[in-house]
Design a protein around this ligand. Structure first.
Ligand SMILES: [Zn+2]
Length: 295
């Protein structure tokens, strides 16, 4: 037998299970707040590692530390789950998994120093990726996929950009020079029960072709939560990745729940304000994007 370029047929696109994704969201919030150095953070990290080891071909941890506001050492971990690790043609999918150690946008001043539950920010994006990981395990994609759960995105105080995006900065700073996935997709705040995702403007600037491809996929699938509008410019984990040469977009609905109300960075960021349907909308589009990638 000679070694020919005989590619297996492109696998059919598996169905994304919205209810299972929502169960992954609830599982994360069951650990309580997951801000760095909290017990919920440690327990949830161990849960992610065990869950991803059951689905991915390879799981690696990037452990690192940063100095927090009280001079404490923040123990942070990016979790990297790889599918088809030998493939050179790869894509990167990521979400931050830490939650905010404070709720400065809460109505009640007495509760502003308490850590938030973070059902939408950030359990929602991770929930979609965990469900996708089980699909990738059952139906291997044609290309390689790296799912990266980033730590320390939401630690910084407002207006102090130095202590935001800790995990993505660490990932970008330490990535091998030859690690250059075709593109990256970041999910953040995708669980809002009133989901409306406009195009995020940093994504549009860095990776307009990927934005177009994802929104076109949503349109073809009839997923109306991806709206044909330009949204805000948001500083998020995709920025360090783009600066490191990985063309990455951010799928984010920043208006949680809408333009006039705000659950963002409050104690209202709870599972009741999220929905399986919203996770399903984003998960379905993402699944199609992944399985349509050809070598
Ligand atoms: Zn946040």
């Amino acid at each position: 037998m000679t070694q020919q370029q005989s590619h297996a047929p492109v696998p059919a696109v598996p169905a994304f299970n919205a209810e299972r994704a929502f169960a992954y969201l609830l599982k994360q919030t069951s650990f309580g707040p997951r801000n760095p150095n909290s017990s919920g953070h440690e327990a949830c990290k161990n849960y992610f590692i065990a869950t991803l080891r059951a689905s991915a071909d390879d799981v690696r941890l990037q452990e690192f530390t940063e100095t927090g506001y009280n001079r404490e050492k923040l123990r942070l971990t990016n979790i990297i789950a790889s599918f088809r690790p030998q493939e050179r043609d790869r894509i990167l999918l990521c979400a931050h998994w830490d939650t905010r150690p404070r709720a400065e946008r809460d109505e009640d001043p007495k509760k502003r120093d308490l850590p938030i539950l973070g059902a939408n920010d950030a359990a929602s994006g991770v929930a979609v990726l965990l469900e996708l990981a089980s699909l990738l395990h059952a139906t291997p994609p044609e290309i390689g996929v790296d799912i990266v759960l980033l730590d320390g995105e939401d630690y910084g105080k407002e207006a102090d950009h130095n202590l935001y995006l800790l995990g993505s900065r660490h990932f970008a700073r330490t990535k091998p020079a030859d690690y250059l996935p075709r593109f990256g997709i970041l999910l953040d705040m995708v669980g809002d029960a009133q989901l409306e995702i406009p195009r995020e403007m940093n994504s549009f600037r860095y990776a307009p072709d990927i934005v177009s491809m994802v929104w076109r996929t949503a349109r073809e699938l009839g997923v109306t939560q991806f709206v044909d509008e330009n949204g805000d410019e948001i500083l998020d984990d995709h920025v360090p990745l783009n600066e490191a040469g990985i063309k990455t977009i951010d799928i984010i609905d920043f208006n949680f729940p809408d333009q006039t109300h705000r659950y963002w960075h409050t104690h209202e960021d709870t599972p009741e304000h999220c929905s399986a349907e919203s996770l399903g909308a984003v998960g379905t589009v993402l699944t199609h994007v992944v399985y349509k990638q050809k070598k």
